[in-house]
Design a protein around this ligand. Structure first.
Ligand code: B12
Ligand code: SF4
Ligand code: SF4
Length: 312
């Protein structure tokens, strides 16, 4: 049991993961009730996919039969680049996670490579890899695997890298000794709650997506009008929002990744209104190929920028 873990830990580093942890694949209890509470409150906004496959979110063995272990990885995406602090109202900020390549494309092949190490040792083992898109409460598993704690901004904070990490998961049928949980280190701090311009952190760890700039600028793809509270308080964010992470003391360490795929493409951390007004759909597809920004579509980005022109 211990032996496989000792093989996977250094191999994960070689492959490019910054942290790895192991959790026992058991059904969720309180965490699942909290998720149901979150849905009941309508905090998922129009993200209906979060209402589907509830049972799989509770019991991970419905995703992989005979699941014994959930392996969770964290990949640091912090880079030594920053937003220009004096922006005008035709310049929109891209959130840090979206400056470079789409993380799904970067992380999934690495997880598959790591999973193949398990098969080398246990050829009969079954494993499944996920980044973001499965019916899985990834942050809950990150806590269980001892990678970090869930901060009041609802994100996973790690002692070494803060919250600018992407999570990835391997569910496997092999039993591996679980890691210990790390205590919550938010303490009395509540900077994220106080700094959120739309009051989207409705209680510690709980985000109301209906109020979250990240939701409106990424998920609605130009198809819905922003509520007034969001439209007025965009603070120049046009794709995602990092305010509740920028204020977090755990992100002051500035430990940077050397993976250039997360560095800003063409050194762009902001998007200019004129640039998009002149752009064709084809140019948009080429410029944002394999970038998370493609998700918002040209129409969505134009709409988001039109809002910052009107915001305070
Ligand atoms: C849906 C989603 C969103 C939604 C909803 C956000 C949210 N907090 O749930 C929106 C579009 C707003 C969003 C935004 C962002 N996201 Co997002 N998102 C997801 C996704 C796909 C699912 C999250 C989910 O299941 N939410 C449902 C809620 C119920 O889950 P939860 O937050 O863990 O809920 C817990 C608490 O709410 C708490 N709780 C609920 N009720 C109650 C009640 C009480 C009394 C208590 C005590 C607790 C409690 O318990 C719940 C269960 O444990 C995950 C990937 C995944 N599959 O997990 C990425 C993920 C969470 N996102 C990620 C990122 C990077 C972001 C952004 C930073 C992007 C950006 N820069 O704009 C922002 C951050 C906004 C924020 N502060 O959360 C990363 C986070 C990495 C990390 N370090 O944690 C993830 C893990 C993707 C990944 N694979 O790396 N996201
Ligand atoms: S991402 Fe922005 S809007 Fe959403 S909770 Fe954090 S600070 Fe608030
Ligand atoms: S800003 Fe403070 S309360 Fe919020 S996540 Fe960071 S340490 Fe926790």
């Amino acid at each position: 049991m211990v032996e496989l873990k000792e093989i996977l830990k250094p191999r994960a580093k070689e492959i490019g993961f910054d942290l790895i942890g192991f959790a026992k694949a058991e059904p969720l209890e309180n965490e699942f009730d909290n998720y149901l509470y979150w849905l009941e409150q309508g905090f998922n906004a129009k993200m209906e996919y979060l209402e589907r496959n509830k049972e799989k979110r509770k019991d991970i063995s419905l995703i992989l039969e005979n699941a014994k272990t959930v392996i969770v990885t964290a990949t640091n995406y912090n880079t030594p680049f920053y937003h220009n602090q004096s922006l005008n109202n035709s310049q929109g900020k891209i959130s840090r996670y979206a400056w470079g390549e789409d993380y799904h494309n970067v992380i999934l092949p690495k997880l598959e490579l790591l999973a193949s190490e398990i098969s080398k040792i246990y050829p009969e083992a079954k494993s499944k890899c996920y980044v973001d898109t499965g019916p899985i409460l990834e942050k809950v598993w990150a806590v269980k695997a001892g990678l970090g704690w869930q901060g009041k901004n609802s994100l996973i904070l790690t002692k070494k890298f803060g919250s600018y990490v992407f999570l990835g998961l391997i569910i496997t049928s092999v039993e591996i000794e679980p890691d210990s949980i790390i205590p919550d280190h938010c303490g009395k701090c509540s900077s994220c709650i106080e700094s959120c311009p739309t009051n989207a952190i409705v209680q510690p760890k709980v985000i109301d997506s209906n109020k979250c700039i990240s939701y409106w600028t990424i998920e609605t793809k130009g198809k819905a009008d922003f509520p007034e509270n969001v439209a007025k308080n965009l603070k120049n964010w046009v794709f995602g929002c990092d305010i509740c992470q920028e204020v977090c003391p755990w992100n002051r360490k500035e430990v940077f990744t050397d993976d250039v795929s997360f560095f800003p493409r063409q050194n762009q951390t902001i998007l200019e209104s004129d640039y998009f007004n002149q752009m064709s759909e084809d140019e948009f597809s080429i410029r944002f190929k394999n970038s998370p920004i493609k998700r918002a579509k040209l129409e969505g980005i134009r709409k988001n920028i039109s809002y910052i022109k009107k915001s305070e």
